[in-house]
Design a protein around this ligand. Structure first.
Ligand SMILES: [Zn+2]
Length: 104
């Protein structure tokens, strides 16, 4: 149905690392909201369809999801642009630019 490539369901194998798979560089502090908050890492959600982004309030998110919540490989339906059917994915600021919080 989607015009934006194959639909990928959220992974059910969360935490079950696949051995032998190419492991992307993932800073340790990205493993939890606590790590990001500790380092005051800016995180934003960007939409793959309307291309808008918004900064994430990590403290507010931690109130809802808990400090151990892991944003990696997560995505949500666009909440930036009303009516947009795109996906929001998360990016963290690293080395002077925003890097995708997902496996390549
Ligand atoms: Zn959007």
């Amino acid at each position: 149905m989607s015009a934006f490539g194959p639909e990928r369901k959220p992974s059910r194998s969360d935490g079950a690392a696949e051995v032998g798979k190419r492991t992307p560089l993932r800073p340790g502090f990205t493993h939890s909201l606590a790590g990001l908050i500790d380092r005051q890492v800016p995180v934003r959600a960007m939409c793959d369809t309307c291309a808008r982004f918004r900064d994430i309030d990590l403290d507010a998110l931690a109130q809802v999801k808990g400090m151990d919540y892991d944003l990696w490989n997560k995505r949500t339906r666009c909440r930036i642009e009303p009516g947009c059917k795109g996906w929001n994915r998360f990016y963290f600021s690293g080395r002077g630019r925003f890097e995708p919080m997902r496996d390549a």
